[in-house]
Design a protein around this ligand. Structure first.
Ligand code: C2E
Ligand code: CA
Ligand code: CA
Length: 761
């Protein structure tokens, strides 16, 4: 209730400073008018010259005080109010309490309401009440001119106050309504201002300026942002069509003028890119759109539109485009751009007569840089290699990073292969010393594949890169740090290998692999010592594939892990079965070939423990055959591996002995049990003392070091005799038996059981 009453009242002080000043000035005029008017009235009414002067001087005093800037607005309003209501009181007094003179009070209250402020307003009402009451008591004739009022001054004071209150309600209502409409007006104005500001902000953000051109009056107006875009100062630059045209880049001015002219003539919209040259010389790329407004007769009266600064946007687009076609690490073109360049070069080439070359450059052992020195070092090295390769080339050549440690180079207009191989040589030379950038000790080398295409060639960019990749792959396989020139045979080989990989995986999964066993016998004819497990592949279309055709490939592709695992299990399972069946005190030995990568694999020892646990097999009846290449690796890992195998009680044999590592020092250093003399030394062993010298030396060496020696590939009786004479203990070869299926070994063992003798090594 109280709140609603309060809400209905005006809040006061709602006047702006400006309108308060204006109203106060008017009220002051009114005060001075009263000073003069009341004085004249007093003289005319017969009070003489002095009495009215004294009374009006009170009003004059308030008028002067109300104009003093030293007082606050509120105080000045109150002083003026005093002056006004004092004038009413004086007039009532000078008129001898004439009742009509009281109307003056009413007028004054209305005037005071002009301040739209509570203090002067309440002051006026309070003054009326107190003046009537107090003066009515002191000197009732000076306030009222009728008998009842003179007899009951407070009653009439209350009646007058009631009228004043009635007037007050009317005044307050106007005042409140004024306030409400003022508020509404202010809210609208603020909303409008905000909208204008928002638009300016949005324009600034989007770098959009707007303009309007009244064609009839030739008045042009621009938004703030448009001045910004054009780099002109709104204080000094007055916009006009001609003025804008001077900002348009000279070479585009005529064309743009025609476009605007077209819109003026046809009222069709325009939408153009236009370059602006600012007065300071800087250039902005802008996008201008315009629209025409016509009168009912169809004549264009107005053009309006926007101009957007798209410089930054274009720059970003350019950057994104650059990123899409360049490698972020080296800044070199990427594969997509390289292929594009090769494609274009091919198109140009067809019209000319020169060949082009694509070089595929792949760093050797880059993975180890990453693994041992960290990715940062790897990145540094790649950046440096990119730099060095660029220096080797002519400016017209293209170099790209295809990914990882692969770079590609396009050489155009080369007259001979020498130009391409020359670049390859220069690249290898340029890489010398690059290792400093990766903090690696290993010198940086690269394998390079080169493909040459003549104008009559038919390969597209993809195919050229693919072929250079194949040549690189061949180079890497033959020996790192060299180049190879592509020929078609390489591709055929590769696709045959790729087909093989799929096949081999399937072979492992589908159990197409099987083992054959070749007996290892005592040269003195005392029976079978053991067998060597040899893997075969029963290929669905190619028939039986020998291991020489897929073991190296399995090693390369990593399939050797699964393959070797299967072989080891199968061999141990068979060996355990044969051993269980035999009554001999010497268990049949099982030799299993182990490739170098498997021998060094971290899980290999676990695998050995697993088979020993799975099959009841005496550990010293299992022989692992490894080649000398394992020893070349000669690292900590290898010697540790040897020790671990020994600890399990398993025997170790060096296969193909004599063909690989020349130093024999390792025979002392590593715990080896057996040497298998390679077939190439056995082939001519019966041809004379010179030809048998090596075999004899190995047998002697074995003797000296306490190692058993096995002669491999014995095919003829005389070879066996010579070996026996030399003191070679064991032999293996077609003379005794070809590698055979497990069933044949079953039979062999049954028959031979009585004569089977196996001595411990
Ligand atoms: P290797 O370890 O030297 O195996 C002996 C090879 O000589 C076998 O060839 C065998 O058939 C052959 N051979 C034996 N006696 C004679 C002979 O009197 N005359 C001739 N001309 N050859 C004889 P195979 O089975 O083709 O194996 C070839 C190679 O494949 C093996 O050489 C071995 O290095 C590898 N290999 C075979 N099986 C496996 C396996 O399971 N794992 C691994 N890692 N390699 C294996
Ligand atoms: Ca072998
Ligand atoms: Ca061998």
């Amino acid at each position: 209730m109280f709140r609603r009453f309060k809400d209905a009242l005006p809040t006061g002080n709602s006047l702006s400073a400006e309108s308060w000043d204006r109203r106060h000035r008017a009220i002051q005029w009114l005060l001075w008018a009263h000073v003069v008017g009341i004085y004249i009235f007093g003289v005319v009414a017969g009070y003489g010259l002095v009495h009215p002067g004294v009374e009006t001087s009170i009003v004059a005093l308030f008028a002067v005080a109300a104009s003093r800037k030293g007082f606050t607005r509120q105080e000045r309003a109150c002083l003026a109010t005093f002056g006004l209501v004092a004038s009413s009181a004086i007039l009532v007094h000078l008129s001898g309490g004439l009742i009509e003179m009281h109307f003056h009070f009413f007028v004054m209250v209305a005037v005071v309401a002009l301040y739209q402020s509570w203090q002067p307003f309440l002051l006026a009402i309070g003054f009326v009440l107190i003046h009537h009451g107090v003066m009515g008591v002191i000197d009732s004739k000076s306030v009222y001119n009728h008998a009842d009022a003179q007899a009951n001054p407070w009653k009439w004071a209350a009646i007058h106050a009631l009228f004043i209150a009635g007037e007050s309600v009317a005044a307050l209502t106007t005042w409140k309504l004024n306030e409400l409409s003022l508020e509404a007006e202010q809210a609208t104005r603020m909303a409008l201002e905000e909208a204008v500001e928002d638009l300016a902000d949005a324009q600034a953000l989007a770098h959009v300026g707007s303009w309007e051109w009244n064609v009839i009056t030739d008045v042009v107006s621009w938004s703030d942002e448009l001045y910004q875009i054009c780099g002109v100062d709104p204080a000094t630059f007055s916009p006009s069509y001609a003025g804008f045209m001077l900002l348009v880049a000279e070479d585009e001015r005529d064309a743009f003028g025609k476009v605007v002219g077209g819109t003026l003539a046809t009222a069709a919209d325009f939408d153009e890119n236009v370059r602006i040259v600012r007065p300071d010389g800087s250039i902005r790329l802008t996008h201008a759109v315009g629209r025409a407004e016509c009168d009912p007769a169809g004549t264009v009266t107005k053009l309006f539109g926007t101009l957007q600064d798209v410089t930054e946007k274009k720059r970003l687009e350019e950057k994104v485009r650059h990123q899409a076609f360049h490698d972020s690490l080296t800044g070199l073109p990427n594969r997509a751009l390289f292929l594009d360049r090769v494609e274009h070069a091919r198109a140009r080439q067809i019209r000319g007569s020169e060949s082009l070359a694509v070089l595929f450059v792949d760093l050797d052992d880059f993975k180890s840089v990453n693994d041992t020195r960290g990715h940062k070092a790897g990145d540094n090295l790649l950046v440096e290699v990119g730099r060095r390769l660029t220096r080797v080339l002519r400016p017209a050549d293209t170099i790209a990073r295809l990914g990882g440690d692969e770079f590609a180079i396009l050489l155009e207009e080369i007259s001979s292969i020498d130009a391409a191989t020359g670049v390859a040589d220069r690249i290898m030379a340029a890489l010398t010393g690059a290792e400093a950038f990766s903090a690696a000790a290993q010198p940086v080398t690269a394998s390079i594949g080169i493909v040459i295409e003549s104008p009559s060639g038919v390969r597209n960019a993809d195919e050229l890169v693919r072929d250079s990749d194949i040549a690189m792959y061949v180079a890497k396989k033959r020996a790192k740090g060299r180049y190879e020139i592509f020929d078609a045979v390489m591709r055929e080989e590769l696709s045959a290998r790729l087909g093989l990989k799929v096949d081999l995986q399937r072979a492992i999964d589908n159990k197409e692999l099987f083992l054959q066993y070749q007996p290892i016998v005592r040269v003195d004819g005392q029976g079978i010592e053991g067998v060597e497990a040899l893997v075969r592949w029963r290929h669905p279309t190619r028939g039986i594939v020998p291991p020489s055709e897929f073991i190296p490939f399995a090693e390369e592709t990593g399939l050797i892990g699964q393959l070797g695992h299967w072989v080891l299990h199968q061999a141990c399972s068979d060996a355990a079965r044969w051993q269980a069946r035999s009554s001999s005190e010497h268990p049949l030995r099982m030799s299993v070939n182990i490739s170098a990568s498997r021998f060094c694999h971290p899980n290999f020892i676990e695998e050995l423990k697993e088979v020993l646990a799975e099959f009841p097999l005496a550990p010293n009846s299992l022989v692992l055959e490894i080649t000398e290449s394992v020893l070349i690796k000669g690292s900590e890992v290898v010697s540790q591996r040897f020790a671990e195998v020994k600890e399990l009680g398993i025997l170790l044999a060096i296969d193909d002995f004599g063909t690989g590592y020349s130093s024999l020092g390792y025979l002392r250093d590593f715990p080896i049990d057996l040497l298998k003399i390679d077939k190439s030394f056995i082939d001519f062993v019966a041809c004379g003392p010179e030809e048998s010298a090596l075999a004899r030396a190995v047998v002697k060496l074995g003797d000296a070091l306490g190692l058993s020696v096995v002669a491999e590939g014995v095919e003829h009786e005389n070879q066996s005799e010579v070996l026996a004479a030399m003191g070679c203990e064991f032999a293996q070869g077609f003379l005794f038996s070809r590698p055979v299926d497990r069933e044949e070994i079953d039979a062999l063992l049954k028959n031979a059981d009585a004569s089977l003798v196996a001595a411990p090594v």
